[in-house]
Write a new protein. Structure first.
Length: 494
């Protein structure tokens, strides 16, 4: 469950009331922010998509290297907000305890990743208690093991520092993509919105995969959009390698090549199309090949990619938020006979259970009966899963055990996300008007990942690395789109 920002709760305890008051003042806030921070002059949206062409008689002169303008000519409030966002994110590096695996988290899988990394560093193999494992992808444990070897006892602080930089790169790439699609001012708005988005800030301090995966998703989306616009081999390579690397960080990223294929095929079918398709689908397979071969050998042909499918599918019915509520582990044990913490350990008790391949297959066998047992309740369960995944309802429900300050901060974070989501919807609507092909591909991407998770666990944390970069890209455009329609004549000169 996505934690609140505990150490900052005293400073932000009034944020819930402020947010409610802010809704009554939304229009003036848009006008003031837009006219003083985003741009000193009005530029119509229609001017973004069609750059002017030189007259036929004009002689083309060599152009000087184009300088990035995202921060040039920006008003001082914009720069001040940029610095504030930078400092806020930096606080999530230095404020947590040096040895804390998470920062005000209600629980996470961080200890499992750390134990795998320690086993790798101790030459015990990619295994628990000597038993091969494929319940976690290898990318992040390998990164952890390398940091343990280089930085020793300070590896957590060093990792937070790296993730701080990765988070900044993620936001910068999203802002650059928004600028490419919608123009300078949308890019600036995306930069600020991404910098302050609570879900992306949260990932900085966690010893978990979300921060790295969000960066890879942002790179993938940038190449996906480039493929829609240019149909070039370069962006196909970009989609291929990012999808391959991310599939070694998070198992659900294995679906990324299919969205790459959809974008390629939307551009028509010819010889070059099949070449780009082969690159986008073949490169991820090459990246994952060592892992697939290792699984074939370690599990004697019983496992190809992951042993998490079965337990995840069971959780998708019994504990759809993913072992976050009291009693969830007991419920899984009653139905499965075991739960993940019992196999992700070096304790000798692990040897009492069969291999992960057998456990995964047994779990998959009981899934149909679990769904049948739900009866009519299945529709409310699916509705709950979608609301948890897309609307972060899981961060508002079932939090009675948390301190009041944490609940307020958590609620304020959800409201901030809802505002970002609303802006993203507006940005997508604008994109649909000016670049319908790209809008269709991005809609299929967002809807596709949502539907693919329906049989599995669905919560805020699973959404963050896959959809948050997309929402940041579109939200900046949504802000600018609303500003263009709400601003009365002359406001741009204020």
């Amino acid at each position: 469950m996505l934690p609140g920002f505990g150490d900052l709760s005293k400073k932000l305890s009034g944020s819930a009331n402020a947010f409610a008051y802010g809704f009554t003042c939304l229009k003036p806030a848009f006008l003031s922010f837009s006219s003083t921070v985003l741009t000193p002059e009005r530029i119509a949206p229609s001017e973004v998509a069609k750059p002017s062409k030189p007259a036929p008689s004009e002689e083309r002169q060599p152009h000087a290297p184009r300088q990035p303008r995202l921060l040039q000519e920006a008003a001082w409030p914009f720069r001040a907000l940029l610095a504030t966002g930078f400092i806020l994110r930096l606080a999530f590096v230095v404020v947590p305890d040096r040895d804390a695996l998470t920062f005000h988290s209600g629980g996470s899988d961080a200890p499992s990743y750390v134990l795998l990394a320690q086993n790798l560093l101790g030459h015990l193999g990619y295994a628990y208690a000597g038993q091969p494992t494929a319940v976690r992808p290898p990318g992040y444990p390998l990164l952890l093991a390398s940091f343990m070897g280089i930085f020793g006892a300070h590896y957590i602080l060093a990792l937070r520092g790296l993730q701080f930089l990765l988070g900044l790169f993620t936001v910068a790439i999203c802002a650059a993509t928004a600028r490419q699609l919608f123009g300078e001012h949308a890019g600036r708005a995306s930069l600020l919105l991404g910098l302050f988005l609570p879900t992306l800030i949260f990932t900085t301090a966690q010893v978990l995969t979300e921060c790295l995966a969000a960066l890879l998703t942002a790179i993938f989306l940038r190449n996906l959009i480039a493929q829609c616009e240019c149909s070039d081999v370069r962006s196909a390579w970009g989609m291929g390698w990012t999808a391959g690397v991310e599939s070694m960080v998070r198992f659900n990223a294995a679906a990324l090549p299919f969205f790459a294929a959809f974008a390629i095929l939307r551009g028509g079918r010819n010889r070059a199309t099949w070449q780009r398709l082969a690159v986008a689908l073949g490169v991820p397979l090459l990246v994952a090949a060592p892992w697939l071969i290792r699984n074939e050998i370690a599990f004697r042909g019983q496992v190809l990619y992951s042993t998490q499918s079965g337990p995840n599918a069971v959780q998708g019915v019994l504990t759809s938020e993913g072992r976050t509520q009291p009693g969830d582990s007991d419920k899984l044990t009653r139905n499965l006979g075991w739960e993940l913490h019992q196999i992700e350990t070096n304790n000798s008790s692990r040897l009492a259970l069969p291999s992960e391949a057998v456990l995964d297959q047994r779990a998959l066998l009981i899934v149909p009966a679990l769904w049948t047992r739900e009866g009519r309740h299945v529709f409310s369960l699916l509705g709950k899963k979608i609301s948890d995944f897309l609307l972060s309802v899981d961060q508002l429900a079932g939090t009675a055990s948390l301190p009041r300050g944490d609940r307020l901060i958590r609620g304020a974070g959800v409201l901030a996300y809802w505002l970002t989501l609303l802006l993203a919807v507006c940005g997508w609507w604008w994109l649909r008007q000016i670049k319908p092909r790209i809008a269709t591909v991005l809609l299929v991407y967002a809807a596709g990942f949502t539907l693919l998770h329906l049989p599995l666990v669905m919560n805020t944390r699973l959404r963050i690395p896959l959809l948050e970069p997309l929402f940041v890209i579109l939200a900046g455009a949504g802000w600018y789109w609303i500003r263009e329609r709400w601003s009365p004549p002359g406001v741009a000169e204020i």
